[in-house]
Design a protein around this ligand. Structure first.
Ligand code: CO8
Length: 258
């Protein structure tokens, strides 16, 4: 149990909940927030008691982007030396399933953080955007790549070139978010989804995440082969025996490796 300044960390049974907690700055993602978030979620990744993690915001934002005031005066070499934003990649290397619960603004780095999670559950008040163009820059935490893969070239170009925000309905139509729920229920719905995931065999859930992610990084034939080998490998697990026996015996499975 650590004390953090910019985030709140809780456990709800087998689910971890991390809340960005700088509402006075619309949860702008400064360096401290990055370090704390990566530390907290990394600890959950390796905790056998945690099966899934929900990341959410507070107040009227998930996060309104990277902290503009923190970087405004920096020069090229400072950004390059610090490899500004590289730390966010650490989040994408974790194996535990991550759900973003987005209520309110998810802009710039906030939208990019949501897209680094495995899927997004959005409140009907959510607003997504990559407004960096209005600051004279471009997305810097993967937005041009992940948004384009999520919604396709037409909408990604539209959003990144004009900086316009899309609402939850448009985000769902476009494939950016998995579900839209009433704003007040956003975190509860995400926690419920996380609980469902955490009730499964954890190795199966982590391999499922790896398999879907392979779709973004390999060709079709390689991806399908990777998936099949993962499938084969799970026949070494007790949970495969339990899951299939439970089906045949018409009962709920009791997975041991959760
Ligand atoms: N950084 C720092 N502070 C912020 C940020 C931010 N991204 N967003 C909001 N805040 C602060 C405001 O400055 C304000 O502080 P104060 O009360 O001290 O004046 C407080 O949060 C509340 O914000 P507003 O008063 O502006 O609230 P409104 O409800 O009027 O407006 C908006 C809400 C529309 C969300 C507005 O705050 C806004 O436009 N925010 C900035 C959104 C943005 O441009 N995000 C992109 C940031 S850049 C980024 O994330 C990309 C990374 C890539 C950069 C590449 C560099 C290499």
């Amino acid at each position: 149990t650590h004390e953090y300044g910019n985030i709140l960390v809780e456990r709800r049974g087998r689910v971890g909940l991390v809340t960005l907690n700088r509402p006075e700055a619309l949860n702008a993602l400064d360096r401290t927030t990055l370090e704390e978030l990566v530390a907290a979620v990394s600890a959950m990744d390796t905790d056998p008691g945690v099966g899934a993690v929900v990341i959410t915001g507070s107040g009227k934002a998930f996060a309104a982007g990277a902290d503009i005031k923190e970087m405004a005066d920096k020069g090229y070499l400072e950004m390059y030396d610090a490899d500004w934003f590289r730390g966010w990649e650490d989040l994408t290397r974790l194996r535990i399933p991550l759900i973003a619960a987005v209520s309110g603004f998810a802009l710039g780095g906030g939208c990019e953080l949501a897209m680094m999670c495995d899927f997004i559950i959005a409140g009907d008040n959510a607003k997504f955007g990559q407004p960096e163009i209005n600051l004279g820059v471009v997305p810097g935490m993967g937005g041009s790549q992940r948004l384009t893969r999520a919604v396709g070239k037409a909408k990604a170009m539209d959003m990144i070139l004009t900086g316009r925000f899309i609402d939850a309905a448009e985000a769902e139509r476009s494939g950016l978010v998995a579900r839209v729920v009433p704003a007040a229920d956003t975190v509860e719905e995400a926690l419920k989804a996380a609980e469902v995931i955490a009730s499964k065999s954890k190795p199966a859930a982590m391999l499922a995440k790896e398999a879907v992610n392979a779709a973004f990084e390999t060709g079709l034939a390689q991806g399908v082969l990777f998936e099949r080998r993962l499938f084969h490998s799970l026949f070494a697990s007790e949970d495969q025996k339990e899951g299939m026996a439970a089906f045949a015996e018409k009962r709920q499975p009791e997975f041991r490796h959760r």
